[in-house]
Design a protein around this ligand. Structure first.
Ligand code: GLN
Ligand code: ZN
Length: 760
């Protein structure tokens, strides 16, 4: 029989038990060994669950207490000096210090894991980093599984990807210059694993789906030749999140025993890979989507893989999810609240394992037995294709009716800015915030009670109205110029809209790890998107009713809703995004009609949707920006349109940001001392900008002087007429004790700067 494999499991625990244990441990309420106990039981249930589901090849060392890239750094001894251990092995407290920082040592930087919403810690290397193996974790977890009677396939992040994902901190070295230092450590690791009894090891090289240079690919070759020469293990080269592209032949010529391909993202690479495969090597076919939540069309997969199996023989083919299951929720078991038709189209982690097992069993059957075995799957696939829940003729008509002039404002920015100035009468350097105010325990508690039915709709509504009124009055007292309602009614900036739009379902337990103990619960977008009724207007009306200052209408943009949801795979993402954009557009226009003079449409996820391959980036940016413009640009000249983005690597995409044509863009800038504005300056960015002058990621309250300094630094780059004064991001994770003085300082700093002549 053909074998099935799993590349990695989710590790936060089906009940997020690791999250809770970590947070207790950090609060000093759970010992390191009790934390390890929780971790062990998650690993055990992952393994035994998959073994019971019939999976043949199971991973170890895929688990992590915080992050697998940090684990790799620890494994190879890449410990930054400020966490130096004097040669001692890294213990739990030092490990978490690297992840979270201490009073004296900032943590490793964090960034997105390839094109996912998972964040990894960026290894810090120096030209003189000396690597040293610490194999306790891979060996320990391999042995732990052996004790359960399971011989696992240990997983390690490959040397090339490790270096390419790292940052060199001192000396102007290329990361790959450290390869020769690093390879002996990998060789040693492989021999230790082999001594412990491993037969295969899975070496993840996701960077192979990037645009590698000729030099980089030859370094890949060199590293694999050396690893293979020093080891008798079967090396499994794992790639995911894309295809191998132009380097396919060279990758398949590497001395690996097995090659894993992501056939969900790039099905077209299968045929060339079969043709290029060396005589004794195996192919691992990633046919079940590890990044999304839809059931697999099992008949279609069989049709695709059967000829390959016939050609290569059963022993040379394995079936697997496209990537680790880290990126999907655990199981549908408890999701009783999801519409049952839609639920039948979904597969979370556990269901994906069952699909693999079904595929394996079907391959061993004759045609009629197979038809029976796969009947449920086939029905669900057909139902999904034809369902009226999915396809709405009205949405199709509305999309057809979108014309180019829907995307552009009536007049250019200068003219609009003049018109808006007449209506808004704002001072120079106007002050505002990004939208949310602290989500207090009282707000969370009221929401929970409303969910559980302990607080009726009217009671909850009244609570929120009170909360909004308080937040508005506090902002008036602080002296801010453009106010917000505070977003108390929103559990999450995407889930809130998903709950109000048709075409979405929201799961109850569908959590996936974002970083460390942080999880997100992406909504599931299954069908054409429509907006049955206004979603935010009554909250805005109430808030504006509490003040005579301008109140911003506050929306989440289409690209961010798309990026932070599990979206349908039966049509291009661009089309799905346009549908969301049309729904947001209706809301924008309703806010305007209700009297909103300022409307903000947040797009913090715009930059992170950028594809890994340069060749695909332009297309993405084109439709993504157009979707924002469709959502935003239907408003009249006098309506001031704001947008907000966090993570700020804008340099290469500034021309696209300018194409948004938002009247005001607020961005995160305080931590870079406004350096980020250099790009806007060089570009001569024409519209207004609110560079964040208050780092909301830290509990620290900035002083008036610090903020004044930041505003002056901004004024050295951008003319005062174009500048706004605001925090880096929303304030929902902060406490009022921090927010009130910080915003008072911000307002005072703006006043002081106004009193000065401009810095230019
Ligand atoms: N308006 C949102 C808030 O203030 C924006 C959040 C974000 O950019 N991530 O919370
Ligand atoms: Zn933000």
């Amino acid at each position: 029989m053909i074998q099935t494999a799993v590349l990695g499991f989710a590790r936060i625990g089906a009940d997020r038990e690791l999250k809770r244990a970590l947070e207790q441990h950090w609060a000093g309420k759970l010992s390191a060994s009790d934390l390890e106990g929780v971790a062990r039981s998650i690993r055990r249930s992952n393994l035994t669950g998959a073994a019971t589901a019939g999976i043949d090849i199971l991973p170890s060392n895929d688990f992590s207490l915080y992050d697998h890239v940090l684990d790799t750094a620890v494994m190879v001894g890449a410990i930054p000096k400020r966490f130096a251990t004097n040669g001692e092995a890294v213990d739990a407290s030092r490990y978490f210090a690297m992840a979270r920082g201490t009073a004296s040592a900032p943590p490793l930087e964090m960034t997105k894991w390839l094109d996912t919403n998972y964040h990894y810690l960026v290894p810090e290397l120096r030209g003189d980093t000396r690597f040293r193996l610490d194999a306790r974790k891979p060996i320990g977890e391999f042995r732990e599984a052996l004790d359960l009677g399971i011989k696992t396939r240990p997983v390690v992040l490959g040397p090339l990807s490790f270096l390419l994902l790292a940052k060199i901190h001192e000396g102007h070295h290329e990361p790959l210059a450290l390869l020769d230092q690093l390879l002996p450590v990998y060789a040693e690791l492989l021999s230790e694993l082999s001594r412990a009894g491993a037969k295969e090891v899975q070496i993840d090289e996701p960077c192979l789906v990037h645009d590698l240079t000729d030099f980089e690919i030859s370094e890949v070759e060199r590293s694999w030749v050396r690893m293979a020469a020093s080891s008798s293990l079967d090396l499994v080269l794992t790639t995911y999140f894309g295809g191998l592209g132009r380097w396919l032949d060279r990758v398949l010529a590497l001395p690996a025993a097995e090659f894993h391909l992501d056939l969900v993202r790039d099905p077209a690479q299968l045929q060339p890979a079969v043709a290029a495969l060396q005589p004794n090597a195996r192919l691992s076919l990633g046919v079940v989507d590890g990044r999304n939540v839809w059931i697999t069309d099992l008949d279609a997969v069989l049709a695709e893989v059967e000829p390959v199996i016939e050609h290569l023989g059963e022993s040379r083919v394995r079936l697997a999810p496209s990537c680790s299951l880290l990126h999907v929720p655990y199981s549908l078991d408890r999701e009783v609240g999801i519409n049952s038709q839609v639920r039948a189209w979904l597969a979370f982690g556990a269901e994906k394992l069952s699909e693999l097992d079904l595929l394996k069993r079907a391959l061993g059957m004759d045609a009629s037995a197979r038809i029976q075995l796969l009947a449920t799957n086939r029905e669900a696939i057909l139902a999904r294709e034809q369902s009226r829940l999915v396809h709405s003729a009205r949405v199709a008509r509305e999309l057809d009716a979108v014309a180019p002039d829907h995307l552009i404002r009536r007049s250019d920015y200068r003219h609009r800015a003049n018109e808006q100035a007449k209506v808004l009468e704002l001072p120079e350097l106007p002050t505002t915030t990004i939208g949310s105010f602290p989500q207090t325990p009282e707000i969370r508690d009221a929401r929970q009670r409303a969910r559980r039915g302990e607080l009726d709709e009217q009671g909850y509504e009244a609570f929120l109205r009170d909360e909004i009124a308080t937040v508005v009055h506090r902002q008036e007292e602080m002296g801010l110029d453009v106010l917000v309602h505070g977003e108390a009614e929103r559990n999450d900036m995407v889930e809130y809209f998903a709950e109000h739009l048709s075409g979405f379902v929201v799961s109850a337990y569908g959590w996936v790890q974002s970083y460390g103990s942080r999880c997100v619960k992406p909504p599931i977008l299954y069908g054409d998107v429509e907006r049955p009724t206004a979603m935010t207007v009554r909250w805005w009306e109430h808030a504006q009713g509490c003040t005579s200052k301008p109140m911003k209408g506050m929306l989440t943009g289409p690209v961010t809703i798309l990026q932070w949801s599990f979206v349908r795979d039966d049509q291009p993402r661009a089309v799905t995004c346009q549908q969301i954009a049309l729904a947001v557009r209706s809301e924008t226009l309703d806010l305007e009609r209700a009297g909103a003079k300022v409307i903000q449409i947040d797009e913090p996820a715009l930059r992170e949707g950028l594809p890994l391959r340069v060749a695909e980036q332009d297309t993405y940016l084109r439709w993504a920006i157009d979707c924002f413009r469709l959502a935003a640009n239907g408003v009249a000249d006098i309506t001031q349109l704001h947008t907000h983005m966090c993570y700020s690597e804008f340099n290469e995409i500034l021309e696209h940001i300018a194409r948004l044509d938002a009247d005001v863009i607020s961005i995160e800038a305080s931590r870079s001392q406004m350096e980020l504005l250099d790009a806007f300056q060089d570009f001569r960015y024409p519209n207004s900008i609110g560079p964040g002058v208050y780092d909301i990621h830290s509990p620290r309250v900035p002083s008036v002087d610090e903020i004044v300094l930041l505003i002056r630094q901004a004024e050295q780059r951008i003319p005062r007429e174009q500048l706004w004064v605001n925090p880096d991001c929303g304030l929902k994770t902060r406490r009022w004790e921090q927010v009130t003085p910080a915003l008072e300082h911000l307002v005072e700093a703006a006043r002081q700067c106004r009193a000065e002549r401009t810095g230019r």
